[in-house]
Design a protein around this ligand. Structure first.
Ligand code: PA5
Length: 451
């Protein structure tokens, strides 16, 4: 079970200026309302991610069982919620598990990055999984057209077996392509938004392909969902962490730093960054009033960023809440040999495990930040495996929705992303965007930019 150590978030003799526990008591009515709203949304089938642990995954297992064994690599094409979860799970487990199959995630439109991926794979043993809920995202569509063209030319007779598409069950251009071409396909459920979709086919297919135990992942998620079902915030880590972050945000702590002390979990800080930013960064409240809210999520890596960021964290503006992620037991470890027993500069490290040093440094950073009156907590993984990752995912998804309720915003939409998408369509000549194109031309002239 994941542990949540939050003592440095609340006031104590060591940290008198932290949040008084009394504030949690005072927030009880707001929490009760948020909880009721979540229950109502769940009854209205809006928060589909809560029920994902019970989803039938036999179609994924069936697909894997029938998959040609020559495929040893998958390339996922997707972006945002259709990519970050795949990356995070794979990075977390690829060394822990020595996963038998490789995964690459192409989640940009950078041509050099695409070249790098193509240069690293054997096309003959690679399967491509195009993931897009809307089926219209420019970045993913561009990659799809390039890669499918390459595959069709190279394997004119069996290109279909090398392409899988994950999209809406009915809507969108790609669903039509699936019908026309007969590609294998998976579905993104209607009631699960992109950044909450890691435990749908979006994240599970590539995870099962690479060799993860997706049943265990869902079991971990179910356990955390059950642990976070109580209205009593002291017994609900998602609500408690959400409430504390909300209260600190109201006190001006505008930044939430997630700092795993594990390279394997670093991409999960990226996954969290999207979840927290896109869900909570909102202009309007539920009544349509301008409120401009949202805590900026930042990722950092322990110990690496102790030599880059911690100076700012401990002495810079006191505007951050810190979340360490630590691991108790690592799959691989090394003992530091006592190469220089007579040199005090390094002999203290001799015969210690690397993991001991790593966790000591995390604790040292905790002590340093606490003495500098910087609120911090620690999410502790007993070990990195599917079960604990499932717990982590569900913890943060519930926490995000709960915090959205406290902020009185809709954590499930992303209207601010639309403006950029529309401008891209206009710039790239998509039909139906003439007005926007004319606006952009005007902007270019005003700023002396080339047409
Ligand atoms: O969380 C979200 O909804 C977004 O980040 C989407 O996942 C992202 O924009 C990609 O969308 P799509 O899956 O439709 O291509």
């Amino acid at each position: 079970m994941l542990k949540y150590a939050y003592h440095n978030l609340l006031a104590s003799p060591h940290f008198p200026s932290a949040l008084p526990k009394q504030k949690l008591e005072e927030a009880k009515p707001a929490c009760e309302t948020a909880h009721q709203e979540i229950l109502a949304d769940r009854s209205a089938d809006i928060l589909g991610f809560y029920n994902l642990p019970e989803t039938d995954i036999t179609h994924i297992k069936g697909f894997m069982a029938k998959l040609d064994p020559r495929f040893d690599t998958m390339v996922v094409l997707g972006i945002g919620g259709s990519a970050l979860g795949n990356k995070a799970l794979y990075s977390a487990l690829k060394t822990e598990r020595e996963l038998p199959r490789k995964l690459f995630v192409y989640d940009n439109v950078d041509p050099v990055y695409l070249h790098e991926i193509l240069a690293s794979i054997n096309l003959d043993t690679t399967i491509f999984n195009i993931i897009t809920k809307s089926g219209t995202t420019a970045e993913t569509m561009a990659g799809y057209m390039i890669l499918v063209d390459i595959i069709k030319k190279k394997f004119p007779n069996d290109y279909r077996s090398r392409i899988v598409i994950t999209t809406d069950k009915e809507k969108g251009f790609l669903r039509q392509v699936i019908k026309d071409e007969g590609y294998a396909s998976f579905t993104v459920p209607d009631n699960v938004g992109g950044r909450f979709s890691i435990l749908t086919d979006v994240g599970l297919v590539s995870s099962a392909f690479s060799g993860m135990d997706i049943t265990l992942l869902l079991e971990g998620a179910a356990a955390m969902r059950n642990r976070c079902s109580s209205m009593d915030i002291m017994n609900n880590p998602a609500y408690l962490n959400g409430l504390i972050h909300f209260l600190y945000y109201r006190q001006g702590k505008n930044i939430s730093v997630m700092m795993p002390y594990s390279n394997s979990l670093y991409d999960f800080a990226d996954w969290y960054r999207q979840l927290w930013a896109e869900s909570l960064g909102k202009r309007k409240d539920l009544k349509g009033r301008d409120i401009f809210v949202g805590q900026t999520p930042v990722k950092a890596l322990g110990t690496t960023d102790q030599h880059s960021q911690v100076q700012l964290y401990s002495e810079g503006p006191n505007d951050k809440v810190f979340t360490f992620i630590s691991v108790e037991s690592f799959k691989h470890d090394y003992t530091i040999p006592n190469l220089h027993p007579d040199r005090e500069e390094v002999s203290y490290l001799g015969d210690k495990k690397l993991s001991e040093l790593l966790n000591a440094e995390r604790f040292a950073t905790e002590i340093a930040l606490t003495s500098a009156m910087r609120p911090n907590c620690n999410i502790i993984f007993p070990q990195i495996d599917e079960y604990h990752l499932g717990e982590f995912i569900m913890l943060y998804e519930i926490q995000t929705v709960f915090t959205g309720k406290l902020l009185h915003i809709n954590p499930l939409d992303q209207p601010g992303v639309e403006a950029g998408k529309i401008a891209t369509y206009a710039l790239m000549g998509k039909e139906g965007f003439d007005e926007e194109r004319a606006e952009i031309e005007k902007y270019k002239q005003e700023h002396g930019l080339e047409s």
